[in-house]
Write a protein that binds this ligand. Structure first.
Ligand SMILES: [Zn+2]
Length: 350
């Protein structure tokens, strides 16, 4: 060990609870610390060998090996110089001290993310398996994931946490006012390939969502007859199997209702729903091109534009059933899009 810092150099102590200050035994029982971890920026963390040895084979081995052979001493405790800065130790040590795990470090403030990769890396180096799992769990359940999904994606790539990569990638499909990926410090640490994976993932989801929404613009008559065989072509009520009003022939106004499609004077096997519905699903498909997620699919599918609303009102059959049927269509579309996105996540990051 180096002796750059002799005994009388005033190295400051860390903040509570690692300050080494005596504990009032009437207040709480806590044995005094018996080892000091010195950060690379010269802050002394007063710790307990037993706790470190319990959570870390790395420290357990170290204490076994260097027992009675420490170069540096302070307050009668051995000092272990580390390459980790104090920010990392402040992030890591409360995770391995059972009484301190629930405070100080909740990942609700973006500042908490600044050192998270280094903290996770240190936990890995010190073989603090439980602390590593705890940090991954905090990342996966952080409320910041929704707000900064690209950042969490990059953190997942840097630390090779596949569940985080997948969850963050799905979150990048959410509504955003600014489609441009913001500046993210962690992006400097991932390869262009990883960034490209995310771009490709978004495009695959967008393309598939567009197809799923748009594929009821006209359907083969067999699809209507055998709706349950075509899971991604939503033409009928989920529970009853009853076709939606725009596929039912009876009761519509003269200009409304489904029609058999004719191309160049020849009947095709395709059935066209009323014009208002075709306009509407085209709009839904366009929306999903930019924000391809289930919630957006749902809100776009129930949000009927004024022109289509007027057409619905002008037909007695559609006026009675269209909005109710669109609500059912919307909730099925949401599920299918979410299923589709998750399938793409599964195949992109196995
Ligand atoms: Zn109608």
């Amino acid at each position: 060990m180096s002796s750059d810092a002799p005994v009388d150099t005033p190295v400051p102590n860390a903040a509570e609870p690692f300050s080494g200050a005596p504990v009032d035994v009437d207040d709480r029982f806590e044995p005094p610390p018996d080892i000091i971890l010195r950060s690379s920026d010269s802050i002394d963390f007063h710790c307990h060998k037993n706790i470190l040895a319990h959570v870390s084979p790395f420290f357990s081995d170290m204490f076994g090996a260097v027992s009675g052979n420490q170069d540096i001493q302070k307050d009668g405790k051995a000092v272990i110089p580390l390459v980790e800065p104090s920010t990392v130790l402040y992030g890591l040590l409360p995770r391995v001290y059972p009484a301190h795990t629930s405070r100080d470090f909740t990942l609700t403030d973006p500042v908490d993310l600044n050192d998270i990769c280094a903290i996770h890396e240190a936990a890995n180096k010190f073989q603090m398996v439980r602390a590593q799992v705890l940090i991954e769990d905090m990342l996966l359940h952080s409320p910041l994931l929704d707000l900064h999904p690209h950042r969490f994606f990059a953190i997942g790539c840097i630390r090779n946490i596949t569940p985080l990569i997948r969850k963050a990638a799905l979150c990048t499909l959410r509504d955003t006012t600014d489609p441009v990926i913001p500046f993210i410090p962690e992006f400097e640490l991932i390869t262009g390939n990883r960034a490209l994976e995310l771009v490709n993932f978004f495009q695959r989801c967008a393309l598939r969502a567009q197809l799923i929404a748009g594929n009821t613009n006209s359907v083969h008559h067999e699809m209507l007859a055998l709706a349950e065989q075509y899971h991604t072509v939503i033409t009928s009520h989920e529970a009853s199997g009853q076709p939606f009003v725009w596929w039912r022939a009876d009761g519509h106004a003269a200009q409304c209702g489904p029609t058999d499609e004719k191309v160049g004077g020849i009947w095709t096997q395709e059935i066209l729903p009323p014009q208002w519905y075709r306009n509407h699903v085209r709009h839904v498909a366009n929306t999903l091109r930019f924000v391809p997620n289930g919630a957006t699919a749902h809100s776009a599918a129930i949000d009927v534009a004024p022109a289509e609303r007027a057409a619905i009102a002008a037909c007695p059959e559609c006026a009675q059933y269209a909005l109710r049927d669109l609500a059912n269509f919307a909730s099925q579309l949401k599920k299918v899009i979410e299923w589709s996105n998750e399938e793409i996540v599964d195949t992109t990051w196995e």
